[in-house]
Ligand binder design. Structure first.
Ligand SMILES: Cc1cc2nc3c(=O)[nH]c(=O)nc-3n(C[C@H](O)[C@H](O)[C@H](O)COP(=O)(O)OP(=O)(O)OC[C@H]3O[C@@H](n4cnc5c(N)ncnc54)[C@H](O)[C@@H]3O)c2cc1C
Length: 337
């Protein structure tokens, strides 16, 4: 039964596996539900996912409402949105969270417009707080925090009068909790109430292309900024990444100028990463870049400008020409290896 205090997460699956972003959201939902005095629920849609959904319990999800139907094996906008709407209406959570992925960005607005409630896209933080509006005091309101005006300010958005509060959150932003094998989830079978007419498209074949770059999983990332984006600089950045067994990252202008593909981009509009070691080479450290890497366990910054903002968050700063420094680092690591 819905209490308006529960937090519901839309579960995304890709090729029968739960997407990381959904587990990150379940982790965040635990924190929010704890403050609201409610519990964590999920809405899952697909075909033959029962075994896979069991793992949700380990991340703190108490109950998953699962609609299983062969026609729902692959994502299609209208049937998925209708199923989420029906589940939200039935169980009335106070908060509904979606990944800010291609799927989440498609489903969430359809659900929000059907339910006539607000939706904040691309949140980078979620909190529970109080809000005063027109002499009314609201408690336990979802504070939806995200960069606004080109990333120049961080805005807190509230929609206390619309229930549920809904938000999409970018992949990698929320920290996934360690799974607890002792915890389990109750899987509740929901009837499929979508009609054949709701399927406006027919999926004949699914072709998937593996990503060449996996920044999210990398424990070491060596990133090139505009100060290291010429051919010589990039060769050295790549070489250091290879020497350390790490992945190659970069800042947005390096992508915009066509030097590297977007899969390498770290930051607000790129990938959010949390590696053990992040080496920023010739990166100024603007807020939009920092938004994607400031939670790295150790940050080394190399920049010729001692005032570069990246030094404010770096654990180790090296002031110097990036090519000289990189050549020395590569030599040192190779000698020691
Ligand atoms: C809405 C929005 C979203 C954005 N999203 C992102 C994002 O996701 N990721 C991102 O990275 N940016 C993003 N940006 C862009 C961001 O604002 C910065 O412009 C960008 O991060 C700067 O990249 P950079 O540090 O590589 O380049 P620059 O700002 O040009 O800095 C180059 C740095 O290299 C140093 N340098 C130059 N030559 C050398 C040398 N020989 N040796 C050592 N150091 C040297 C300079 O001192 C300087 O600090 C976004 C901007 C907006 C408006």
């Amino acid at each position: 039964m819905g209490t308006g205090k529960n937090v519901m997460v839309f579960i995304e699956t890709r090729r029968g596996k739960i997407a990381d972003v959904s587990l990150e959201l379940i982790s965040a939902a635990n924190r929010l539900a704890g403050k609201l005095g409610g519990s964590v629920e999920a809405v899952a849609i697909g075909y033959q996912l029962h075994d896979e959904l069991k793992s949700l319990g380990q991340y703190g999800c108490g109950r998953v409402y699962y609609t299983d139907d062969k026609r729902l094996a692959h994502f299609t906008s209208i049937p998925y949105a209708k199923t989420v709407v029906r589940t939200v209406r039935e169980y009335q959570p106070g908060v509904v969270l979606f990944g800010a992925t291609t799927m989440g960005r498609d489903v969430a607005p359809r659900v929000a417009s059907t339910l006539m409630c607000g939706l904040t896209a691309d949140c980078t933080d979620l909190q529970i707080g109080e809000h005063d509006l027109k002499d009314v005091h609201y408690e336990n309101t979802l504070m939806q925090i995200r960069p606004a005006f080109g990333g120049n300010i961080v805005a807190t958005i509230v929609s206390p009068e619309s229930v549920p509060s809904m938000a999409t959150v970018r992949e990698g932003v929320m920290k996934m909790v360690e799974p607890d094998p002792e915890k389990s989830v109750e899987i509740i079978a929901e009837p499929c109430q979508v009609a054949d007419d709701d399927f406006l498209t027919e999926i004949l074949e699914v072709v998937t292309e593996e990503k060449q770059v996996n920044l999210k999983a990398a424990q070491i990332i060596v990133s090139a900024g505009m100060g290291a984006s010429d051919l010589d600089g990039l060769v050295l950045v790549r070489e250091l990444a290879r020497t350390l067994g790490g992945e190659l990252g970069c800042s947005r202008p390096v992508v915009d100028s066509g030097v590297l593909i977007k899969d390498h981009q770290v930051g607000q509009t790129g990938t959010t990463v949390r590696p053990n070691l992040y080496i920023a080479c010739g990166i100024s450290g603007q807020i939009q870049h920092r938004a994607g890497m400031s939670e790295a366990k150790r940050i080394i910054a190399i920049n010729k400008d001692p005032q570069a903002p990246i030094f404010a968050i770096a654990h180790y700063g090296i002031v110097g020409d990036v090519k000289d420094v990189l050549a020395k680092m590569i030599k040192a690591y190779k000698t020691k290896a």
